[in-house]
Design a protein. Sequence first.
Length: 550
Amino acid sequence: MQDKKSRKEWIKTIAIIFLSIMLVLTFFANTIRNYSLPEVAVQYVTSDTLSSKVRGTGTVASQDPYSVVLKQSRKIDSVKVRVGDEIEKGQVIYVLEEGDSEELKKAQLELDTLQAAYEKALITGQVSTTDRKAVESGRTGTIEQKQAKIDAAQKKVEQYENEIKTLEAEINRWTYNPNGDIAEIQKAKEAEEALTAWKIEKALRDTNKDAAYEALKKETDPSTLPQPNVTDADVSGTDVSAGEVNAERQAAIDRVKPGYDAALEKYNKCVELCNIADAQIAQLTYNQDGNAQVQKNKLDELDKKLKLAQANKEAASAALTELVTGITNQIDLEASLSAIRAKEEEIEKLKGDQGTNEVVAPVSGTILSLSRVAGETTTAEETVATIQVAGKGFTLSMTVTNEQAAMINKGDEADVGNSWFYSDVHAKVSNIKPDKESQGKNKIVEFDLEGSVTSGTQLSLTITSRKSSNYDTVVPNSAIREDTNGKYVYRLVSKPSPLGTRYSVERVNVTVIAEDDTRSAVSGPLEGWDSVITTFSKPLSDGMLVRLKQ
């Protein structure tokens, strides 16, 4: 019984010892792990007043530098100065090789070509002596005068053309109308038509006349009249006298006589009209035969006039062509002569611009740049040297946000970085203007510089704003980090545990609104009781466990 109890005591003791050992090991393990974590220092987020500072960098540029331009292409023989040298007005910068410039050589070659073309036009006879003398003496007249001559010659050609058209129309009229009288032709035509009509009428009248005569003859024929009947008379006892027979015959004649007389009258009238028409046709035929010679004479006269007009037109056309050719040649010759004279003036100017074989400084100052070395050939109108004119300062420009620009005023002075090296350099804001490339987000601040600086030097400037503002979220400058995603801070996050409080870091993206030498006002998801990490012993990342600096 006692052995059993003793065994339980041993098991209990062993369990207590095991748990104690595990507790000790766990404690030491946490302690060891804590010592392996990054050690960080923190500060609370506060609200405070800041006098903002705007920082930026820019490149020093010369204010109104003087560019030394070589007007013609020349080869550099030697360079007599270096960048940064102080030079005086008239001091030699470059020495050029002997000889004409490429532009002068080219201009001379072009002049030779123009003169050759001009002389060729004279020798080949393309231009008359008269035109040449007029051009060379400048007496060719104005373009209005030349055009007036052409218009006059053209008008003469048109005059002869109209005359030819009139003569051709007259010839056609006399060819198809010998008498030259349309009314006569119409009259003859009507007479012929009338004659034909009367001949038809005459035939009808002949028929009617014959019919009337036959009727009259039949009516008055004794054989057709009634004869006395003796038998009847004897029977009746009545005599038929001769007087009764004659009276009956006369009555028959009276019945047909008017028709016969009318037919005869019409017939006679028709014969008369036919005779008149025949006489008219005969007269017209006679007139036509008599006018044949008149037609021939008239056509001969018109033909002579037509040939003369055609000859005059050809002569006028030839004169017009010659005039236009002459004026065109004059214009071409004038253009060639003007080109020659212009090229001669260009050559004289090039010779004057070429000057000596030295390029000298036109002003006193400092050499800012040299574009060529010995052995190189310049191009026309090239800037071969830039000089900072003595007595003129330098400028610098830097880009800031619109919020930062609102803190700056024209006339504000800026502190220059590396002041121990640029102790005599002073910078002052001269202008604030929009940055067109930023789509309205930024502005460009321009500074006037004084002191010992040179063009092309990079300077860092800090502007302390005259305006002080109160901000809700202010953190130490040492808490702000920056990477490709922008600026951020690490916020300390605490979490209780059975073995103590554990700490981790959380990345919070922020935007710097204002800053001074030690603190920055930021905007972002931070609260007044948050702590931000200012220093750390190892690189941090979002969510990493850390330990506080003791």
